[in-house]
Design a protein around this ligand. Structure first.
Ligand code: ADP
Ligand code: MG
Length: 512
C-alpha cells in the first residue's frame, strides 16, 4: 500500500539543464528550487578529488578547469564510457547522470523531506538502451524509478493540466491534435499527439538525439574563432579552458540574440583579445542548416501521423532553444500557425513528470488516475536473421516504429540440430535492413532447451515493448508452451553489481 503522504516527484533530466517538480497538496505541479535558489540546475558535474560538485558552480568551472568537468553526459548515454577522462578516470555516462540526479534528490529533500520514488523523463526519440541507462542512473542516485516517460508527452500533460483538461469535468472536451516541438540543449524531439479530455495519445514521434542548442553555440564559437585566427593567427579552441570561456560567452550572446538584433562576444587567448559583433541575421545564416534539419523532421512526423497541417490544432513549443525567434518564424511559415508558448519552456516537462508520478502512486494505491497516456515506440525493433537467398545477415523487423504501446510481437525460430541446447537471438533497433547500421540492443540466449528436441522444433520468442519503451522477452518452446528464463545480454550496460557499487559510491560522495 502506498502511504497517503507519499510524494509524487518528477524529474526532467536535461542535457544542459534539469528540473524537479512535485505535486502540492491540491495536486498542482510545482517546481522545486535547488539549494542555490534556482528553478533549473545545470546538468554539469565538476570532479575535484573526492568531492563532486553539480550545477551552477560546476558550469562556471568549464572556463577554468575544463578537464575536470563533465557536461552533456546525456548525449553519451548508451555508450560504455563518458567521452573524456575526468581527473584521469573513466566514468560511465549513467554514473555522471547519477551524480546529477543525486544532487537534485538532496536539494528536493530539503524542502519536501525524504522520498525515493520518481518519474524521470527522456526524449521520445531515445532508444531502448538509452532508456535503460536513464533508469540505471536513477537507481545509482538512490531512487526507485516508478516510470520513465517521454518529454513531449510530459509537456503535453502539463499543457492539458494548465488548460483544465484534467479537471473532473474536463474529460468531455473536444479532441485536439497537438504537435510538440521540443528543442533543448542537446536533443530535438517532435511528437504529434491527440488530446481528448484526459486521454493523451501519441500518434507519431521522431527526432535527433544529437541536435540541440549546443550545436547553435558551436556555430557561434566557430564564427568567433575564425575571426580570431584571422586577426591573431591563434585558435582559442585549442585550449580547453579558453574554449570553455568562449563557449560561455557564445551561449550568453545566443540568448541576447533571442531578445535583440545584435550581440558582442569577447574572446581572449594567449594575451590577445578581440570583441566580435554578430547580428541576429548573421546568426540565423550560420545556423540555417540546423534549423532546416528540424523542419525536415517536423514534416516527416506529420506525414507519419497521417495528418496535414489543417488537422493540427496547436503547435506547442518546449525546450529552452525554442526561445530563438528563428524557431517560431520557421514553424509559422511551415504550418501557417502561431506556435503556442504558453507552457513554461523550462518547467513543463518536470511538471508533466510530477503529474505522471501522481498517477503512478494513485494506481499503486488502487485509486483511479486523472489521465491516461498512450505512447508509441520511436524505433523499429528487429532481430538479425539470415536471408535464405543471399545468406547475408539482415534486420528482420518485428515491431515497426510508431506502434502503440504496450505491444507484443511473436517471432518463431526453429532448432537446426537434434538435441540443440541453445538459440541465439540478436536484437536490434533501427530502420535499416543492414544490422550494422542499427543499434545493437543485445543478445537473448535461450539456454536450457529441453533435451532431445528434434530439429525444426518451433521456439517462440515474444517481444514486449512496455509503455515506457523498455523491452522484455518471453520464450516458449515447442507446442507444450514451456516458458523459459529469458535474459537480454547487453553490450554497453552495467551489471547489477556495478550499479550497486555506484549507488553506494554516489551516496557516499561529498556533493555540494
Ligand atoms: P535540455 O533539456 O536539453 O537541457 P533545455 O530545454 O533546458 O534543454 O534548454 C537549454 C537550451 O536552451 C540551452 O542550449 C540554452 O542555451 C538554450 N536557451 C535557453 N534560453 C535561451 C534563449 N533565451 N535563447 C536561446 N537559447 C536559449
Ligand atoms: Mg529538456
Amino acid at each position: 500500500m502506498t502511504p497517503p503522504n507519499e510524494q509524487a516527484v518528477g524529474i526532467d533530466l536535461g542535457t544542459t539543464y534539469s528540473a524537479v517538480a512535485h505535486l502540492d497538496p491540491s495536486g498542482r505541479p510545482v517546481t522545486l528550487v535547488n539549494a542555490e535558489g534556482d528553478l533549473i540546475t545545470p546538468s554539469v558535474v565538476l570532479f575535484e578529488g573526492t568531492s563532486v560538485i553539480v550545477g551552477k558552480e560546476a558550469r562556471k568551472a568549464i572556463a577554468t578547469d575544463a578537464n575536470q568537468v563533465a557536461d552533456c553526459a546525456k548525449r553519451d548515454l548508451g555508450s560504455r564510457v563518458y567521452h573524456k577522462l575526468l581527473e584521469g578516470r573513466q566514468y560511465p555516462p549513467e554514473a555522471v547522470a547519477g551524480f546529477i540526479l543525486n544532487k537534485l534528490r538532496l536539494d528536493a529533500e530539503r524542502q519536501i523531506g525524504q522520498f525515493k520514488k520518481v518519474v524521470i523523463t527522456v526524449p521520445a526519440y531515445f532508444d531502448e538502451v538509452r532508456r535503460k541507462s536513464t533508469q540505471d542512473a536513477g537507481y545509482m542516485a538512490g531512487f526507485e524509478v516508478l516510470d520513465i516517460i517521454n518529454e513531449p508527452t510530459a509537456a503535453a500533460v502539463a499543457y492539458g493540466f494548465q488548460k483544465g483538461f484534467l479537471d473532473e469535468t474536463g474529460s468531455a472536451r473536444e479532441a485536439q491534435n497537438v504537435l510538440v516541438y521540443d528543442l533543448g540543449g542537446g536533443t530535438f524531439d517532435v511528437t504529434v499527439m491527440r488530446l481528448e479530455g484526459s486521454d493523451f495519445r501519441t500518434l507519431a514521434t521522431d527526432g535527433d538525439v544529437q541536435l540541440g542548442g549546443r550545436d547553435w553555440d558551436t556555430r557561434l564559437i566557430d564564427f568567433v574563432a575564425e575571426d580570431f585566427i584571422r586577426r591573431h593567427s591563434l585558435d582559442p579552441r585549442e585550449d580547453p579552458n579558453a574554449a570553455g570561456r568562449l563557449w560561455r560567452e557564445c551561449e550568453d550572446a545566443k540568448r541576447t540574440l533571442s531578445a535583440r538584433q545584435r550581440a558582442n562576444i569577447a574572446c581572449d587567448y594567449k594575451g590577445q583579445a578581440a570583441r566580435v559583433e554578430i547580428t541576429r541575421e548573421k546568426f540565423q545564416e550560420i545556423t540555417h542548416d540546423l534549423l532546416d534539419r528540424t523542419r525536415f523532421t517536423v514534416r516527416q512526423t506529420l506525414l507519419a501521423a497521417g495528418l496535414e497541417w489543417d488537422d493540427i490544432d496547436r503547435v506547442l513549443l518546449v525546450g529552452g532553444s525554442t526561445r530563438m525567434p528563428m524557431v517560431s518564424d520557421m514553424l509559422r511559415e511551415l504550418s501557417g500557425k502561431i506556435a503556442d508558448n504558453s507552457v513554461a519552456a523550462d518547467e513543463a516537462v518536470a511538471h508533466g513528470a510530477a503529474l505522471q508520478a501522481g498517477l503512478a502512486l494513485a494506481r499503486a494505491a488502487g485509486r483511479k488516475g486523472r489521465f491516461h497516456i498512450e505512447n508509441v515506440n520511436s524505433h523499429s525493433l528487429g532481430v538479425v536473421a539470415t536471408d535464405p537467398q543471399t545468406q547475408r545477415k539482415r534486420n528482420a523487423c518485428v515491431i515497426p516504429r510508431n506502434t502503440p504501446l504496450p505491444v507484443n510481437a511473436k517471432r518463431q525460430f526453429k532448432t537446426q540440430k537434434q538435441n540443440q541446447k541453445t538459440i541465439l537471438v540478436q536484437i536490434v533497433e533501427g530502420e535499416s535492413k543492414m544490422p550494422d547500421e542499427c543499434l545493437q540492443i543485445g543478445k537473448c540466449v535461450v539456454r536450457d532447451l529441453p533435451p532431445d528436441l528434434p530439429p525444426g522444433t518451433p521456439i517462440d520468442v515474444r517481444f514486449r515493448y512496455e509503455e515506457n519503451g523498455r523491452l522484455t522477452i518471453v520464450v516458449t518452446v515447442g507446442n507444450n508452451g514451456t516458458e523459459l528464463r529469458h535474459e537480454i545480454t547487453r553490450d554497453n550496460t552495467l551489471t547489477q553489481g556495478q550499479l550497486d557499487r555506484w549507488r553506494k559510491y554516489i551516496a557516499g560522495t561529498a556533493v555540494s
